[in-house]
Design a protein around this ligand. Sequence first.
Ligand SMILES: NC(=O)c1ccc[n+]([C@@H]2O[C@H](COP(=O)([O-])OP(=O)(O)OC[C@H]3O[C@@H](n4cnc5c(N)ncnc54)[C@H](OP(=O)(O)O)[C@@H]3O)[C@@H](O)[C@H]2O)c1
Length: 281
Amino acid sequence: MTTVDQNHTLTGTGVDGVSIPAVGFGTWPLTGAECTASVLQALELGYRQVDTAQNYGNEDAVGAAVRESGLPRDEVFVTTKFNRESHGDVATLRRAAEASLERMGLDHLDLLLIHWPNPDQDRYVQTCESLATLVETGLIRAWGVSNFTPAHLHRVLDAGLVPPVNQVQLDPRCAQRQAQAAHAAAGVRTAAYSPLARGGEVLGTPEVTGIAARLERTPAQVVLRWHLQQGRLVVPRSANRGRQQENLEVFGFELTAEDVAVIDALDTGEGPRLDADTYGH
Ligand SMILES: NC(=O)c1ccc[n+]([C@@H]2O[C@H](COP(=O)([O-])OP(=O)(O)OC[C@H]3O[C@@H](n4cnc5c(N)ncnc54)[C@H](OP(=O)(O)O)[C@@H]3O)[C@@H](O)[C@H]2O)c1
């Protein structure tokens, strides 16, 4: 059986092996009491990673759920991301981390990501350096980037820095082959956001539904398993209890190499919805 660990390890500049649950709970666009209830439900079901961001306006609601869950803090992995105005030196990054922690009512972050590279500011390389330094303070356990293209990543690598993770839009139709290759070559862990293609037509393609029927699993489970067997982290989002549970139950079966190849072949080669050279916040 293809072994898929329930936890992956993040390593990179300043980060020497931090364990992260492979399936995280995505929280955009949930906010307020609905978000807290949803995250609490997810934690009850067994999720141990929660993915939020300053930009989602729900760090307060996510933090409340983590605190109310009764789980020891070190059993829940909290990922958040910051906006463009917080790119910069270590003091700027420290303020960003502290502001997130204040909103969440927590004392440290497990993973802090640059949400978008915002190349117009040309501060993302410095920001990576600052994040790697910030780990030493204990405010964050690991750092990473999001929405970095291979070109952005190469500038960071050229500066001698290896981000432990890059969270990018990735699903069977948008498999981001170049990004995956760049990550593999550099030792950067890929995290897939919108891993279910937002629940759209990918889940209804005959290739996916056929594999799901044979394995007596759902199309979403097949797609999540496809990610996991290729070593990616995933952060699916569902407001529905049954689907939350379904998205977590992806460790008790396996896809054959042929199944993986069939899903790989669905890639259209098209890039993500948003262009990180021109879009960012
Ligand atoms: N770094 C970034 O820039 C970035 C950008 C976008 C998203 N993200 C993160 O990634 C997370 C997930 O991405 P996403 O929300 O865009 O897309 P997604 O997780 O691929 O899809 C969510 C949609 O799929 C449906 N769904 C979930 N589980 C399902 C299942 N088992 N069967 C059928 N449908 C299912 C959900 O509906 P129901 O709620 O009705 O189940 C929802 O409409 C976000 O919440 C956020 O945390 C990060």
